[in-house]
Design a protein around this ligand. Structure first.
Ligand SMILES: [Zn+2]
Length: 171
């Protein structure tokens, strides 16, 4: 079940730790279906440590997204850095039940598939709004947009439209 590349062993001796590194790009994140993420690259390091009645699992993420500015539609590189801590608890009931950062797994398990967790941990770090600093935005596009904005009576223009519009302006 699942992709073996993303399995990590669960150490059984108290205090023992295992770690694994991953390099993830946009192919890994295709589930997002966000057309505005052109590419991305993340170094992710995961470590699992055996505690008394559970494992703690730390996910560290360091990388970038290549996307488009919400305001001017130009290319925008967003640096992503962060970490998250999860707890794996062996328990027959509530198997595969996921509550906040506590994950219940079968007590027979000797390894754990990290794929869904990696998707989640990285995705949570993706910024909701992606914009240049105002002084770095494409000023030609912004002034054209201001004109159009007035004509459209304050209707919201999505990033996608901005991007199309920018394509037209270039021609
Ligand atoms: Zn911009």
């Amino acid at each position: 079940m699942g992709d073996k590349r993303f399995n990590i062993g669960l150490p059984d001796k108290l205090g023992n730790e295992l770690s694994k590194d991953f390099e993830l790009n946009e192919e890994f994140f295709e589930f997002i279906g966000d057309v505005l993420i052109e590419s991305c690259f993340f170094n992710v390091s995961v470590s699992v440590k055996r505690k008394h009645s559970f494992w703690d699992l730390e996910v560290k993420v360091d990388g970038f997204l290549q996307t488009f500015c919400d305001r001017c539609g130009d290319n925008l590189k967003v640096l992503i850095e962060g970490k998250d801590l999860y707890f794996l608890k062996a328990q027959e009931r509530n198997k595969n039940f996921h509550d906040e950062n506590i994950i219940f797994i079968s007590s027979k398990k000797t390894d754990f598939n990290l794929k869904p967790l990696l998707e989640e941990a990285c995705f949570l770090l993706f910024p909701v709004t992606r914009k240049h600093k105002i002084e770095n935005c494409n000023k030609t596009v912004i002034s054209k947009l201001d004109d159009i904005d007035r004509k459209m009576n304050g209707q919201t223009i999505s990033s996608k439209i901005l991007k199309d519009l920018k394509g037209k302006l270039k021609k």
